[in-house]
Design a protein around this ligand. Sequence first.
Ligand SMILES: [Zn+2]
Ligand SMILES: [Zn+2]
Length: 106
Amino acid sequence: MYPCNECLENNWKFKYNNGFITAICQNCGNYIEFKAKKKKKLAVGVICKCGQAVLTQKELKFNKKKLKRLYYYTHCYYCRACRKHFYSDEFKIVNKDYRINLPRLF
Ligand SMILES: [Zn+2]
Ligand SMILES: [Zn+2]
């Protein structure tokens, strides 16, 4: 957050209300309102950022190479219109034995 444009203090108090944030300067009472950045939840049927199609779920092929990574995804969301893949933590598998696969340093 930047300093208040009235008094140049950086002493805000924030109020959250229906997707909007009101920042009130505690020094002079000046306030500004702005839209809260809301991360769009990924789900099947949600309209893609491109606005041309809804997301579908896509299964990602498993191969053993994936076990050598820190983590991998079993599925992802996919947009047929812009062909973008969206990865979500709900499909994330963290490889617990990842360290075993690290190259030896000594
Ligand atoms: Zn102020
Ligand atoms: Zn798209």
